[in-house]
Write a protein that binds this ligand. Structure first.
Ligand SMILES: [Zn+2]
Length: 78
């Protein structure tokens, strides 16, 4: 990983693993974790690679734990 700060946009292939990417592509979802009413987003986590996924009305994106700790801090420790 040459971009540990995450300053450059990641391509789809750089997010999660083949299993969870396929779940999004096929209309399935990784494991549902929590929902944020205020943010109108949903948090999922891949059982295989452990990637956190943030889903909004428009798209899903892999996120780092620190990126979502503000919204989902209570859910991350479970
Ligand atoms: Zn995965």
């Amino acid at each position: 990983m040459s971009d540990p700060e995450g300053t450059e946009p990641r391509t789809w292939e750089q997010q999660g693993c083949a299993v969870c990417r396929r779940q999004w592509e096929s209309g399935e979802r990784p494991q549902f974790v929590a929902e944020s009413i205020a943010d109108r987003s949903r948090l999922y986590r891949c059982d295989v690679c452990g990637t956190w996924w943030l889903s909004t009305e428009r798209y899903a994106v892999a996120v780092e734990e620190h990126e979502i700790s503000g919204m989902y801090g209570e859910s991350l420790g479970a």
